[in-house]
Design a protein around this ligand. Structure first.
Ligand SMILES: Nc1ncnc2c1ncn2[C@@H]1O[C@H](COP(=O)(O)OP(=O)(O)OP(=O)(O)O)[C@@H](O)[C@H]1O
Length: 428
């Protein structure tokens, strides 16, 4: 190996530092996924070049100008320029063989990663580099070490650590069928579309809905016992429903379903999302207590429909905050009205959201506002359940530019922009 190939090899490795594994959120070099980089002069290229010749890269008409300007391959060009001055490399051509080791064989994101690595290699501006990517799989030993590292890193940054940046919104309802899952899915999709790194957990173990609402049919990747959430519509998702029917579900879950939330938190690689949405099981039961224990920072949002039969029990789901350290952020009234010929018909009556808001404010001693009222709209069911897309999104994943979209954007911003009113002086 001559000096120049060594320099290019280092430059390629530096560029690969900027290639981020989409699932693990770390660079492929940091994860040990680059087993080897070999730089070989291409046989039919002019070699060696005349040292000190004018460099096309430096005069602005060089190779890969577009790639140089790509922020994804941001790099300290002054160092490269010095190298180019020294070696005059711009008319040289090399094959760059990159041996990539994936964490699991047949990783669904391997094509995406390979393309990013190719782009990073080809973006080197001072020589013509032809990437040759060999994709393999990590040895069990290496994978074991990587997963141990990740687990250690995760322990340093759990969701319940004071000062964690992740805001956790737990969506609760007194009874089933009021739209808690639909609201969880649409709220998560809204946060993601607004640019927040967003995760969602289906904590409704027996009545899971999120896979269907997000059109997820795949299973999470299992990295030696650590699971990667499945990303859909920009949201990192985890649900027991992704395992239904598989042997792995039974093995992983065991008989202790009530401890599922802790397992979702402990066994899944979440990184550090800005927002975590929890779709709780209906009722006032064990799951809310589990959430409060595992995630004391969680903020509860209570969903109700307008009729008293729903709102009375919704109040009880909020009163759980009297027993456990959990902040109740507000109330969302769903199926509030149906718009027909310009008129708002209150099919399920009126006032449920306000009643829940007033009663919880009174009982908890701080303001529990009515945050939003959502219409009864058949598209919520049709798009969510049949098409596997949260109805707040257009087909291209952008937010709907109408009342429905605006309501969710306002709800998301209200939740994220303000901290719970009583958090600062809550002695718990
Ligand atoms: N605003 C709405 N307009 C029309 N249909 C809605 C609306 N909100 C929810 N739905 C539909 O109502 C049904 C129940 O909604 P969803 O599953 O979200 O409720 P849930 O409270 O999570 O119920 P469960 O806890 O039983 O899963 C679904 O078919 C859903 O598509």
């Amino acid at each position: 190996m001559n000096d120049e190939t060594t320099i290019i090899e280092h430059a390629v490795l530096e560029r690969l530092d900027h290639v981020i594994d989409p699932e693990l959120g770390r660079s492929v070099t940091q994860l040990g996924m680059i087993a080897n980089v070999t730089v070989i002069p291409t046989s039919d290229a002019p070699f060696p070049a005349v040292t000190g010749s004018a460099s096309p890269a430096l005069t602005g008409d060089g190779l890969n100008d577009a790639a140089r300007n790509d922020p994804g391959t941001a790099h300290d060009d002054s160092e490269d320029a010095a190298r180019s001055d020294e070696y005059g490399t711009t008319d040289r051509a090399y094959d760059v063989v990159v041996d990539v080791e994936l964490t699991v064989p047949g990783c669904p994101l391997s094509d995406q990663l390979a393309a990013q690595i190719e782009q990073a290699v080809a973006s080197y501006p001072y020589a013509r580099l032809t990437p040759r990517i060999n994709v393999g799989t990590m040895s069990d030993e290496k994978l074991h070490a990587l997963v141990s590292d990740l687990k250690a890193a995760r322990r340093e940054n759990p969701f319940n650590k004071p000062g964690t940046k992740t805001r956790i919104f737990a969506i609760a309802s007194g009874k089933g069928g009021v739209g808690k899952s639909s609201i969880s899915a649409n709220l998560a999709a809204t946060f993601a579309a607004l640019g927040y790194d967003t995760a969602a957990i289906d904590a409704d173990i027996y009545g899971f809905s999120l896979p269907r609402l997000f059109g997820v049919h795949s299973q999470p990747t299992n990295l030696n016992g650590m699971l990667m959430p499945v990303t859909s519509w920009g949201v990192k998702l985890m649900s027991i429903g992704m395992f239904a029917g598989s042997d792995r579900a039974i093995l992983w879950r065991g008989p202790r379903l009530q401890r599922s939330l802790e397992q979702f938190l402990a066994d899944v690689w979440w990184g550090e999302p800005d927002v975590l949405i929890l779709d709780l099981a209906p009722g006032t039961g064990d799951m809310a207590i589990s959430v409060a224990q595992a995630l004391p920072n969680a903020e509860l949002v209570v969903v109700t429909t307008p009729q008293p039969s729903a709102s009375d029990i919704a109040v009880r789901s909020g009163l759980v905050a009297l027993q456990v350290p959990m902040q109740v952020r507000g109330v969302v009234e769903n199926m509030s009205y149906f718009e027909h010929a310009g008129e708002r018909l209150e099919i399920f009556g009126a006032g449920g959201g306000e009643r829940v808001s007033e009663q919880l404010s009174h009982a908890l001693g701080h303001d529990v506002p009515l945050l939003a009222r959502l219409p009864l709209d058949p598209r919520i069911r049709e798009i969510g359940e049949s098409e596997g897309r949260p109805a707040v999104l257009n087909e291209d994943g952008t937010l709907r530019d109408d009342d429905f979209g605006d309501t969710f954007v306002r709800l998301a911003r209200t939740l994220i922009d303000a901290y719970p009113s009583s958090a600062a002086d809550d002695p718990r």
